[in-house]
Design a protein around this ligand. Structure first.
Ligand SMILES: [Zn+2]
Ligand SMILES: [Zn+2]
Length: 418
């Protein structure tokens, strides 16, 4: 597209800047206006410093090749261990309840106490990964897509996908669902449609990489440990009734309430402490997992394709907005074609700006993922040059054709919600 080429000067350093009215005007020399709408971040400064130090040291270790393979570093072992201990809590409550019923008398008292213990066990119980009601695509509906998924899974060494969930989100994910931990790949149309063939292989390989490295089991475990902590916090915090009583001043400090307040305060402090420790362990092991899944993606799809794929993900908002606009104001262009066009129209300079924004925000945009610019940098520092799975343009189009019908269903549902 021809846009009137305008030139201006950077107010900070005087550098000449090209102006494209459709995008943010910024300076590539001094980063002036690189992020015109900075996020309001209420995270305390000390926490940001801790996170930044973690991110930097992890990156250095990976860059120097000190971490070769996925596996169990201290942070991951500790995070898993802590989670297992926390998950023993509901089990202990269950056993206590049962033992009370069997051994403790008088019966009426044992029933009351057992009920209390069993309720705690029930509230804190671990839950299987669930799938929200997504448009599911099964093997027989999309043989070509599943053939590609299987090839990637095999190259990575991960279990093949049991189903694909087609969504209207701008992301691609991999979950393990139910107590059999069945792998489901989530394909978000706005992101998927804008990817070039080999970038699709890269993102799929990254996701399967998480499966291969056992990251999902860890995150299931840690996620459930977090729910135990939240459950404890809810149980041992001041109830709304207590608050109301205090506000109305109708409360006299009896021994009982004083005791329960002390218990609440102690448990609350311990729980908050544990949750901070768990978060910190998770930050390191989570980011490490992302880098290693990226490396896997590089080996399977080629490092350049894997880096490009990551750079595409900074266009997620653009793709999503283009899809919504096309649904709201229908034209001869289908919503998915609108996404394709929007993504290819974005100039390299705008992509570069968004990557720089990821550098400024460091870890904070999403603490589970390292900043995008570091991920692409690492991929290019230690490149795997050849690709193990190659997806040609024709085959990639065939995948789109297979997904046409379920995709229309997804778009219809989204349109109905608008
Ligand atoms: Zn400047
Ligand atoms: Zn990932």
């Amino acid at each position: 597209m021809q846009s009137a080429e305008e030139i201006t000067r950077c107010p900070d350093c005087g550098q000449q800047i090209r102006v494209d009215r459709r995008y943010v005007t910024w300076c590539e020399k001094c980063d002036w206006n690189v992020d015109p709408t900075p996020l309001l971040d209420l995270t305390p400064a000390w926490r940001l410093r801790v996170e930044q130090r973690l991110v930097d040291s992890l990156y250095r270790e990976l860059e120097q090749g000190a971490i070769h393979r996925p596996g169990w570093d201290a942070a991951r072992i500790s995070a898993n261990l802590l989670s297992v201990l926390l998950l023993l809590l509901p089990l202990a409550a269950f056993l206590t309840g049962t033992a009370l019923l069997v051994f403790y008398r008088p019966l009426w008292l044992s029933i009351i106490l057992a009920l209390l213990a069993l309720t705690i066990a029930f509230v804190l119980r671990p839950r299987a990964g669930q799938l929200d009601d997504h448009q599911l695509v099964h093997r027989e509906q999309a043989p070509e897509l599943f053939a590609v998924l299987d090839e990637v899974a095999e190259a990575v060494g991960a279990r093949p996908a049991a189903a694909v969930a087609l969504t209207d989100e701008a992301n691609i994910w991999y979950h393990q669902v139910g107590w059999r931990f069945e792998p489901v790949v989530g394909i978000g149309l706005p992101l998927w449609i804008g990817l070039r063939p080999q970038e699709r292989v890269a993102i799929l390989a990254h996701e399967f990489g998480h499966g291969r490295h056992g990251d999902l089991r860890s995150s299931w475990l840690i996620g459930n440990a977090h729910s135990v902590l939240e459950g404890l916090l809810a149980t041992f915090s001041e109830s709304p009734l207590d608050q109301a009583r205090r506000e109305w001043g109708v409360e006299e400090l009896s021994g009982g309430t004083l005791f329960s307040r002390m218990v609440n305060a102690t448990v609350g402090a311990v729980v908050r402490g544990l949750s901070a420790v768990l978060n910190r362990l998770e930050l390191r092991s989570g980011q490490r997992n992302e880098y290693l899944a990226d490396r896997r993606a590089g080996e399977v799809a080629g490092s350049e394709a894997a880096a490009h794929a990551l750079e595409r993900t900074v266009l997620a908002d653009t793709s999503y907005d283009a899809m919504l606009r096309a649904l709201r104001f229908p034209s001869e262009l289908s919503p998915l074609d609108a996404v394709r066009r929007a993504v290819t129209e974005v100039p390299a300079r705008e992509i570069e700006r968004r990557l720089r924004v990821s550098r400024i925000h460091g870890t904070r945009t999403d603490a589970t993922h390292p900043p995008t610019y570091l991920r692409t940098k690492l991929l290019r520092t230690r490149p795997a040059t050849s690709a193990r799975v190659v997806l040609g343009t024709d085959r990639s189009r065939a995948l789109d054709r297979e997904l046409m019908e379920p995709a229309e269903q997804v778009l219809r549902e989204l349109k109905a919600e608008l």
